[in-house]
Design a protein around this ligand. Structure first.
Ligand code: PA5
Length: 471
């Protein structure tokens, strides 16, 4: 698909390749095709659950008009600061982080500014309540007023609701620091990415006259990578956001049919759904390119928060290969038959390294002389998936020609559409996240918020925890 930029191979899901005990029949897909007529209608007419949040489907077009301003602001941030902090959590964090990790130099923050393409170092915070992590990041900031570009820092606070504790608390700490070091000019170093109308962050940003970017009402957090939520951090890092959006636009065009064979997003949804119905409740994304690990984490959130509800769902796990073949590999090969694997592979590396012959051959590696590391990785992949297949363990492959903004934009779009389709097949709302409120209610109650008093009271009347095993 997309002029051969992305290939999807699901042979190892089928009876023909993994045998009849665990493989799927072509007829399973044919039968499910009927349900896709309804899924397709629900998505395209907005008649499905949560349809108020289907705005992500048209982002490849609707975000276009914002790209010049996003790029201009990113360039200004890059010109005036050498450290850029992105504060956000969940859908307001993982997309930007995934893009940064995938498309910047793996040691971007350690390179000198020229080798970073005159872009700032990027750090992600506001995604936890971790004292050491935050204080360690503050250690990187200069004490007092920055006196040179190398010391100047800026930040982008990303929160649609503005009420997310992790982000809001971190922002208060950093905002106060910015006000103390930059004085009247603090607002020049702060950008807010938030809701258009409501929310505490919106009010604060208006009052302080921070430059603002809008997260559209009809786009939920984990579907927002193609809004300023993902695009602004990416542009600050020097990533080609136009190509990212173009990839998504081309994938959108490739996913217009209701036919499984002509719509890769639906096909992936169908395979995951059949697999889930067959009792495979754990889906592993095995990443064969370290830089894409956060793409896996981004997908973990998309899948878990969208599909894990009403007592249903599959547990997504990200693994990096070959690293995790030495940890989870044993269980995937030999444990319970409750997993399905999606491999994410990059065909061409940007550089290559080849093993040289060694006269002594004391490590007995000369049989590999002339072989590149990437060729070894590919053989590891082929060998691993054949080993799974011969034991009836299903897997499928997304192969990207190269790791590029274009291909990632396409992949993100495919996974988002596929997740909604899968949710509709499961007859649930893939666009809400009611379960997340539960921990927040008790946490806010325990932290003393009066409107959450009932949760504090319930918690306080819970069965006692005896210190039974304390010595
Ligand atoms: O997908 C979602 O909706 C969530 O993961 C949110 O993105 C996350 O909770 C952060 O919310 P907010 O942007 O309101 O701070």
């Amino acid at each position: 698909m997309l002029n051969g930029q992305i290939e999807f191979d699901y042979n190892n899901m089928m009876v023909s390749h993994i045998g009849s005990e665990y493989g799927l029949q072509e007829s399973d897909l044919t039968q499910l095709q009927k349900s896709f007529a309804d899924v397709h209608t629900a998505i395209h007419t907005g008649s499905g659950a949560g349809s108020d949040y289907l705005g992500f489907l048209s982002l490849p077009e609707t975000v276009q008009s914002q790209i010049p301003r996003i790029q201009e602001t990113a360039n200004q941030i890059a010109e005036k600061s050498d450290i850029h902090l992105v504060l956000g959590i969940g859908g307001s964090y993982l997309g930007g982080r995934a893009l940064f990790e995938a498309l910047c130099h793996p040691y971007h923050n350690q390179l000198d500014r020229a080798r970073r393409g005159e872009r700032p170092r990027l750090f992600f915070e506001g995604n936890n309540l971790d004292t050491d992590s935050l204080l360690s990041m503050l250690d990187l900031l200069p004490e007092g007023t920055p006196s040179s570009l190398a010391e100047r820092w800026s930040m982008n606070v990303v929160s649609k609701s503005g009420g997310t504790l992790e982000t809001a608390v971190t922002f208060r700490i950093l905002r106060q620091l910015a006000e103390s070091v930059y004085g009247d000019q603090a607002a020049e170093y702060i950008v807010a990415t938030t809701d258009a109308k409501a929310g505490k962050l919106k009010g604060l940003a208006d009052a302080q006259a921070y430059p603002q970017f809008v997260i559209p009402d009809d786009v939920g957090g984990r579907y927002s990578i193609l809004t300023p939520v993902g695009l602004l951090p990416a542009a600050v890092a020097g990533i080609d956001i136009q190509q990212l959006v173009q990839g998504a636009a081309d994938m959108k065009a490739a996913c217009q049919s209701s036919s499984l064979q002509d719509n890769p997003a639906y096909l992936y949804a169908a395979l995951q759904h059949l697999s889930w119905q067959a009792g495979r409740s754990i889906s592993v994304m095995n990443i064969w390119d370290k830089a894409l690990e956060y793409v896996g984490f981004w997908y973990d959130q998309l899948c878990a928060e969208s599909l894990g509800k009403d007592g249903k769902g599959r547990i997504p796990i990200t693994g990096v290969c070959t690293r995790d073949l030495h940890s989870r590999g044993q269980e995937l090969q030999d444990g319970p038959h409750n997993t399905v694997i999606t491999n994410l592979i990059v065909e061409q590396m940007q550089r290559k390294i080849e093993l040289q012959s060694d006269p002594g051959n004391s490590d007995e590696l000369n049989y590999l002389a002339g072989t590149t590391l990437h060729e070894m990785l590919n053989k590891a992949h082929d060998g691993t998936n054949y080993a799974y297949a011969r034991e009836g363990r299903p897997s499928m492959n997304f192969k990207l020609k190269e790791r590029s903004a274009y291909n990632l934009g396409a992949l993100f779009y495919l996974f988002e559409l596929s997740t909604v389709a899968e949710g509709y097949l499961m007859q649930l709302n893939p666009l809400n996240q009611p379960g997340v409120e539960s921990y927040k209610n008790f946490m806010f109650g325990l932290l003393g918020r009066e409107d959450k008093r009932e949760y504090r009271e319930e918690f306080e009347s819970r069965p006692a925890h005896d210190a039974r095993f304390q010595r």
